[in-house]
Design a protein around this ligand. Structure first.
Ligand SMILES: Nc1ncnc2c1ncn2[C@@H]1O[C@H](COP(=O)(O)OP(=O)(O)OP(=O)(O)O)[C@@H](O)[C@H]1O
Length: 634
């Protein structure tokens, strides 16, 4: 029942074969939408220039015949002018076409990237971005999306141009020797078959190379990333990584090399066949001229026509093959752009009202894929509105996974997550996330300014400097950020300029690990007032004084709010209204700190273990509370 009215996610691997017609019209549509005038101009110039070689050949014939028959000079003016006109088009046409093609490429590149990343952003979950096959396809789509529509149009237009030339010369050839016209055409059939087979092989190779290059990029980026450089230098793994880069490059080269070798072999054979045909034609023409059945101009026309038909037929076939290759590559782009959402999206989402009662996980079973082990096994948990719940458990117990289910990055494999009784599958994921503020355990650092790093928490406040400063203050970071060289406008990066269009050097700053943690916390604080606040390990990486200070700030922040706190530091969770202990994929025990300590179960064991860790074997002098607080305030 729940799936009714929802769009089901489809596998991009179940590639439904798109008709060539649909691919072509989509590509042409892309060009026409992105750059209508430039596309039309480019098409017109390309097609008109297809007629030029025929015009040149005819004008040459008329001039030679006129001269050999001592025709009046007046009658030669027409062909001479025609020749000059054609030569002008030959000179100017490619210049104008190249300029317009550039315009089309840039505009189509912009539009196709826009559509591509819009499509990627349309997946509400994380599933797609965890599929290597999808990422391989996305990489190819990113590359080919920019140019493939232009390439396709280019190939189609060049094919059209060649077709016009072939037709023009063919008519001339039929007039001179119908048999030769048939021979030349028939000799083109093996070429057509071979070119199409080669283009399929090339398309497969491009995809294969791109997959290899994705891996190569990973190793290459590691070598050039400052954060990775520490371990690389210390462990001495630079040569190892370089060898990996080279191995991937060799693998990519081997694929390209094999295709190139095959292509050279096949095309050489086709060239031999073409030479054989044109040689036979020349012999026939010489005999015909000797017999007087062909004029000298007729011989030049015949040679030009055979050469013209052969070369433009060859170009036509190459362009047909190029179109086919472009279409096959364009399929990867369409596959990404048209992929169904990775989670079912309600066709008519239920509006999500502010939280009044509780968020409930009911008999939730979850695994990341059928190949993975169960992470949650029939978990039941309630987060009452206005209360703070803490979640504790050993590494890998599934705490962060539960957070991802609450944000609906995945759906439970079985069971439901309910927001005041409404199944999260029935609401708009964007609306749900608008009501949640989360500090993820693996939070993101952005190579942007300090203000932007916080402002990204709520884009509407990106330019509200005061609110950004307040959020930073709550995370105990205001003074540090204010003291940076350009204050909150300092780039928190030493690998990028502030503005990619400017090369002006203003030194960026780097924060410490704990300061990064505070920055992420400030981002979460900026989203204050959301219905649910989730903090996954908010004090990881903080020194003892900072942890104490942040803990107080968080406690103030959570007061009276619905919140979920995950922490391995059990001292930080003892104030929560309720504490749930996760183990074996379900809630093992739940209660207040005192209740759980009295129960003497897993929580009490972990808490005692941690507390003992601080006391073990030493009789430290008691530190007065005011000293701790003074340290925290420093
Ligand atoms: N995207 C993923 N794909 C496949 N398996 C995953 C994924 N994320 C987590 N897991 C697995 O799910 C299990 C639970 O991970 P999770 O991060 O939820 O644990 P946790 O309780 O938050 O652990 P920790 O205390 O170490 O942060 C782990 O065994 C992990 O290997």
């Amino acid at each position: 029942m729940r799936t009714r009215g929802r769009r089901r996610p489809g596998s991009s691997e179940q590639a439904h074969t798109r008709s060539a017609y649909r691919r072509v019209t989509t590509a042409i549509g892309l060009c026409a939408t992105a750059a209508p005038w430039a596309s039309a101009g480019y098409a017109a110039i390309t097609l008109v220039s297809g007629l030029v070689p025929v015009l040149v050949a005819w004008m040459t014939k008329l001039l030679i015949d006129g001269l050999t028959h001592h025709a009046e000079i007046r009658t030669l003016l027409g062909p001479a002018l025609g020749y000059v006109l054609a030569a002008t088009v030959v000179g100017l046409g490619p210049l104008a076409a190249r300029y317009l093609r550039g315009v089309v490429d840039r505009e189509v590149g912009l539009l196709s990237q826009d559509r591509l990343f819009t499509a990627v952003g349309r997946h509400p979950g994380l599933g797609r971005l965890e599929q290597p096959a999808f990422l391989d396809r996305l990489r190819v789509a990113q590359e080919v999306g920019k140019t493939v529509a232009g390439q396709l149009a280019d190939a189609a237009l060049a094919a059209g141009k060649s077709l016009v030339t072939v037709a023009g010369f063919l008519v001339s050839l039929v007039a001179l020797s119908p048999l030769m016209a048939v021979v030349v055409l028939v000799a083109g059939v093996p070429s057509l078959v071979a070119q199409l087979a080669l283009s399929r092989e090339q398309a497969r190779a491009v995809f294969e190379v791109s997959r290899i290059e994705r891996r190569e990029d990973f190793y290459a980026r590691l070598i050039a990333t400052p954060t990775a450089a520490k371990e690389i230098r210390l462990f001495g793994i630079g040569d190892f990584l370089r060898a990996r880069v080279l191995a991937e490059r060799r693998a990519a080269n081997a694929v390209t090399q094999s295709v190139d070798a095959h292509q050279t072999k096949v095309q050489s054979l086709l060239e031999l066949l073409a030479s054989l045909v044109s040689g036979a034609g020349l012999v026939w023409a010489v005999f015909a001229a000797h017999d007087g059945t062909l004029t000298v101009g007729g011989v030049t026309m015949f040679v030009a026509a055979v050469d013209g038909v052969q070369s433009s037929l060859g170009t036509l076939l190459i362009q047909l093959a190029a179109s086919q290759r472009a279409l096959l590559m364009f399929d990867h782009y369409l596959e990404v752009v048209e992929a169904e959402p990775d989670l079912p999206v309600a066709a008519e989402p239920v509006p999500l009202a502010p939280l009044c009662h509780a968020i409930e996980l009911r008999d939730v079973w979850f695994r990341y894929s059928p190949d993975h082990d169960w992470v949650l096994r029939g978990l039941n948990l309630c987060i009452p509105c206005g209360q703070s719940l803490a979640l504790v458990g050993l590494n890998g117990a599934g705490k962060s996974t539960l957070v991802k289910l609450l944000c609906r990055f995945y759906d439970p494999t079985h069971g439901t997550v309910l927001w005041d009784g409404v199944d999260l599958r029935d609401v708009d994921p964007a609306e749900l996330r608008e009501r949640i503020s989360t500090l993820f355990q693996d939070f993101q650092h952005y190579d942007m300014t300090a203000a932007e790093n916080i402002g990204l928490g709520d884009l509407r406040l990106l330019d509200e400097r005061h609110q950004i400063e307040v959020a930073a203050g709550k995370a105990g970071l205001h003074e540090k950020l204010a003291r940076l060289p350009q204050g909150y406008d300092t780039m928190l990066s030493r690998t990028f300029h502030h503005d990619s269009r400017s090369s002006e050097h203003r030194s960026g700053a780097l924060l410490s690990g704990g300061e990064h943690q505070r920055l992420a916390l400030a981002r979460a604080f900026l989203r204050e007032g959301r219905d649910l606040t989730i903090l996954d390990e908010p004090s990881a990486g903080l020194d003892a004084a900072s942890e104490h200070e942040i803990h107080r700030s968080i406690t103030r922040h959570r007061a009276g709010r619905t919140s979920l706190l995950i922490s391995h530091r059990l001292g930080a969770v003892r104030d929560a209204d309720r504490i749930a202990v996760l183990g074996d994929g379900r809630v093992m025990e739940e209660g207040s700190h005192m209740e759980l300590m009295r129960a003497g179960g897993e929580y009490a064991r972990l808490f005692t273990l941690q507390a003992d860790g601080y006391r073990q074997g030493h009789a430290e002098p008691a530190v007065p509370t005011h000293a701790v607080e003074a340290a925290a305030d420093r």
